[in-house]
Design a binder for this molecule. Structure first.
Ligand SMILES: [Mn+2]
Length: 461
């Protein structure tokens, strides 16, 4: 924790292992550089992730692109990286902005260039020998490509299936490099996407990340248990969200892995409900979907609980269907199966179960979706939704060491007569665990976060 406690904490993420982190990041870069025989250029965020103009959102939390964090640990804006396997004297160059005392007066310590002393500090913290001003990035790229003008590896999000592109900062950077090459008569340079290569290196977490994700899960669990013990005192979704986010913030400087969803009653039929501002309906269910970021790892959990502490018979019926679907999926997860195979299994099971109890599908139940509301799993790693935003990976075989979510759900309007009493509810139920894929099966990382009906009821009472 040496680095985390010094003035440069938060600008260099050591994943809890202090100075050993430097070596770990160096190894990652070496592994990547070993697989390629051309230049790689990676550019991090230039501005906070949640804003285009910092003026309208002052004081944003800085969380650098997971790609830059994975390769360097550097968590500050205006950072770029060149890996050049051809260069013996300088195979990796880190680009930083100039250290600026006025900015530091406002925002605290940053690493940067400017004087030899500043560069020495940056070298000690990051482990890079060659550190240069980010203003020279274009010039260095051109010099390098004039020497070996055939290929440059960049990172951007593009579907291999549909060709669709995600227009984020990575893609803007690619366009910028293309313009730069045109302006310098280097149009024969082939630009190649290193995204798949990086994901295959990054997705299976190493032992340090695995320890961190287990710690993250303990923090996720304690937030949930503390929430259930206090639930009877809360009257609104806002209070639930505030308490939950407070629990996460107290337990991790890195806070939430995504904005919490706390949805009471029919609000839970909205998949990404984030208004979190309604009164809690006392006889209805409350769906919470939240997670914590701990160093470079993330959790992503959903639980659905009765606001008043007991599930009514309709709620019990629907909840049990979702829980059994979740157990079915978990029993089938192993290296080699694809998310789409799990997906089919999950929704076939749920749709069949619903038909058993609500045979007249048009009148007694109305789902807010056709056949399936969402995919049952996504990859979780250094981002809470890791890998490509288009989900091409859903067709691929899962690999040992990957973490996936397991999150079946039911969302709709259900009417049923049970033991002479009519129950009529618009409701959403989702139960989400995080599974570590192994060769033989999987390890449920969130197994200790209560989800059985009796366990939830007894915690609320
Ligand atoms: Mn999820």
């Amino acid at each position: 924790m040496i680095i985390m406690n010094n003035n440069y904490s938060a600008v260099f993420i050591d994943d809890g292992i202090g100075f050993k982190a430097v070596e770990r990041y160096q190894k990652r870069r070496a592994v990547l550089a070993d697989k390629i025989n051309h230049l790689i250029v990676i550019c991090g965020f230039e501005q906070p992730t949640d804003t285009r103009t910092t003026w309208s959102h002052t004081g944003s939390f800085i969380n650098q692109d997971p790609l830059m964090l994975y390769l360097t640990g550097i968590n500050q804006l205006k950072t770029a990286l060149i890996l050049d396997p051809y260069s013996k004297e300088s195979p990796e160059i880190l680009f930083l902005a100039k250290k600026n005392e006025r900015n530091e007066f406002w925002d605290g310590c940053q690493i940067g260039v400017g004087s030899q002393d500043h560069i020495e500090v940056a070298r000690t913290i990051t482990g890079f020998t060659d550190i240069r001003d980010i203003k020279t990035l274009n010039q260095v790229i051109i010099e390098k490509l004039k020497e070996k003008p055939y290929k440059a590896g960049l990172y951007w999000h593009q579907s291999k299936v549909t060709g669709k592109i995600f227009h984020d900062h990575n893609y803007k950077f690619k366009k910028r490099i293309e313009r730069l090459l045109r302006a310098n008569n280097l149009t024969t340079v082939e630009i190649t996407n290193i995204a798949s290569l990086l994901w295959s290196q990054r997705l299976a977490l190493d032992p340090i990340d695995l320890e961190n994700v287990k710690t993250a899960m303990q923090k996720t669990q304690s937030a949930f248990i503390n929430l259930l013990k206090k639930l009877k005192y809360f009257k609104t979704e806002t209070e639930v969200a505030g308490f939950l986010d407070g629990q996460l913030a107290v337990n991790s400087y890195f806070r939430n892995s995504f904005p919490s969803i706390t949805a009471g009653g029919s609000n839970a039929t909205v998949l990404h409900y984030r208004k979190n501002n309604s009164t809690l309906p006392s006889n209805r269910l409350l769906l919470i979907d939240y997670g914590i970021r701990w160093y470079s790892t993330n959790t992503d959990i959903s639980r659905t609980v009765p606001v008043n502490g007991s599930f009514n018979p309709l709620q019990k019926l629907l909840y049990t269907i979702v829980l059994n679907a979740q157990k079915l999926v978990e029993s089938r997860v192993r290296a080699g199966i694809s998310i789409l195979e799990l997906d089919k299994m999950c929704w076939d099971f749920i749709n069949n179960e619903i038909l058993k109890y609500f045979p007249d599908n048009d009148k007694s139940s109305t789902a807010r979706y056709n056949r399936k509301p969402h995919t049952v799993s996504h990859l979780i790693g250094h981002q809470v939704h890791d890998c490509d935003p288009f989900g091409d990976y859903k067709n691929e075989q899962l690999k040992s060491g990957w973490i996936i979510s397991n999150e079946p759900g039911i969302y709709g309007h259900f009417i049923i007569n049970l033991n002479g009493k009519v129950y009529n509810e618009k409701t959403g139920i989702r139960i989400e665990d995080n599974l570590l894929v192994t060769e033989e099966g999987c390890i449920n990382l969130s197994n200790d976060i209560p989800k059985e009906i009796k366990d939830i009821e007894s915690l609320i009472k």
